[in-house]
Design a protein around this ligand. Structure first.
Ligand SMILES: Nc1ncnc2c1ncn2[C@@H]1O[C@H](COP(=O)(O)OP(=O)(O)O)[C@@H](O)[C@H]1O
Ligand SMILES: [Mg+2]
Length: 422
């Protein structure tokens, strides 16, 4: 086995130090190399021991954990910090993250949580180091050839497909995930799937992905972010799609700002042909930013009065934001021959054409969700998968992106600005 992860624990309560030490002693890949009882001592120990990772309490005499973390981030950058605190308030969390802490554990936490957190932070640090070493060693800024035998990118600017619904539960995440997989398979283009439902995103579960890293890891390194690092942070999904997952815990969602999202998307557009974005129903700044720049907005609705009511509201808002109707693709999910509504009645009510219908198939869908296998791969012949493929075709540009003039994006009218932002 390789070297164990060297951990320094900083906490002013002797019994806590003791318990943590005991707990970690059962893990063969983790070794506690030192302890300290205040921030100042913690810094001294870190300088001396160069641990792979520091577990840091917050409230301590002489120097508190936040201040110590700030100093460590500057002076011992190779020793990332996990903050342990009883205080879960948002402000606190923000300060802790701003101080340079990598993760935040709220006491009481379980041994499993702690160990998972240690391994996660350590692995990410390893990746970052090897990445930095590579760039320093002069693979340099030669236009990095695609590393994983990918087909070359077709155009300079990947297309963004933003999935939105004014109501949860209509199947937006399910359709977005299956569409992304199907798109990769059908077009052989490079496909990214971004879960912008930052608090309660489901993409990781729908595709059975290991959710140990996500957008938080990008924003922590936002100034050093480049395609190679982004690719490291994204998780591999079926048919070579790359998935950017949300923060691993809902309270971290607030750390993601519009500026972060703007910068991340600008990179993603250079890296991928198609970027599928799942979102939350909340029309806040971040959703509006992506909505504004999306090539297509796929509005998902279903055959229920609340869903239709909220779709109507959403379409009205898009209109007041000057989003051209040609950019909006209305999708009716869970359509059902036995419903009292049908396509025509929904279209009449919304005064908007429905571009596609996805049938209701509870049996296949539930199976697919429980196994974390997209139905487009397990049951490509089913009607629901066929409809998804049709949607892929509908979303494709008529001319390949490379040959097309930059017409669409250039045409976007400035928005009237319903919400005062910027
Ligand atoms: N076409 C469909 N047929 C049957 N059930 C569906 C279909 N689409 C979605 N569902 C069900 O609806 C639930 C909500 O889907 P989800 O994608 O999580 O919605 P949203 O992202 O809009 O909140 C899923 O758990 C699934 O059981
Ligand atoms: Mg969802």
């Amino acid at each position: 086995m390789s070297e164990p992860i060297k951990v320094l624990i900083v906490d002013d309560i002797a019994s806590t130090l003791d318990n943590l030490q005991k707990l970690l002693s059962f893990e063969p890949d983790i070794q506690v190399v030192g302890t300290a009882m205040n921030g100042k001592q913690g810094i001294e120990q870190a300088q001396k021991l160069a641990p792979d990772l520091v577990l840091m309490d917050v409230n301590m005499p002489i120097m508190d954990g936040i201040q110590a973390t700030e100093t460590l981030a500057q002076e011992v950058p190779g020793s990332p910090v996990i903050i342990m605190s009883v205080q879960g308030e948002r402000d606190y969390l923000r300060r802790a993250m701003q101080s340079g802490a990598r993760e935040f554990l709220i006491k009481p936490f379980s041994g499993d949580e702690l160990i998972a957190s240690i391994r996660r932070v350590y692995q990410l640090e390893q990746k970052k180091e090897s990445f930095l070493a590579k760039t320093a060693a002069g693979t340099e800024k030669a236009p990095a050839p695609p590393t994983d035998g990918e087909t070359p990118r077709r155009g300079e600017h990947g297309q963004v497909f933003f999935f939105y619904s004014g109501k949860g539960g209509v199947g937006k995440s399910l359709v977005a995930a299956n569409l992304a997989v199907s798109m990769a398979n059908e077009t052989k283009g490079k496909v990214a799937l971004v879960d912008l439902d930052l608090q309660f995103g489901d993409i990781g579960v729908l595709l059975n992905l290991d959710h140990s890293q996500g957008i938080t890891d990008l924003i922590e390194n936002i100034d050093h972010m480049d395609p190679e690092f982004i690719r490291e942070i994204m998780v591999d999904g079926p048919f070579g799609i790359k998935v950017l997952l949300p923060p691993i815990s809902p309270e971290l969602a607030d750390l993601v700002t519009v500026d972060h999202v703007r910068r991340i998307f600008s990179e993603l557009r250079k890296m991928f042909d198609y970027i599928i974005v799942d979102s939350s129903a909340h029309l806040g700044e971040i959703n509006l930013e992506v909505l504004d720049h999306a090539d297509r907005v796929v509005v998902v609705t279903s055959l229920s009065i609340p869903a239709i009511k909220n779709t109507k509201l959403a379409l009205k808002i898009f209109d007041s934001l000057s989003i051209p109707p040609e950019r909006v693709v209305l999708l009716l999910n869970k359509s059902d021959a036995h419903s009292e509504f049908n396509k025509e009645s929904v279209e009449a009510n919304l005064r908007f054409p429905i571009a596609g219908q996805i049938p209701n198939d509870p049996k296949l869908v539930i199976n697919s969700i429980n196994r974390g296998n997209p139905f487009v791969t397990t049951h490509p012949e089913s009607e629901i998968s066929q409809r998804i493929r049709e949607l892929v075709a509908k979303l494709m540009p008529v001319v390949p992106a490379a040959a097309a003039p930059a017409a669409e994006s250039a045409e976007k009218k400035p928005r009237k600005g319903l919400f005062a932002r910027r």
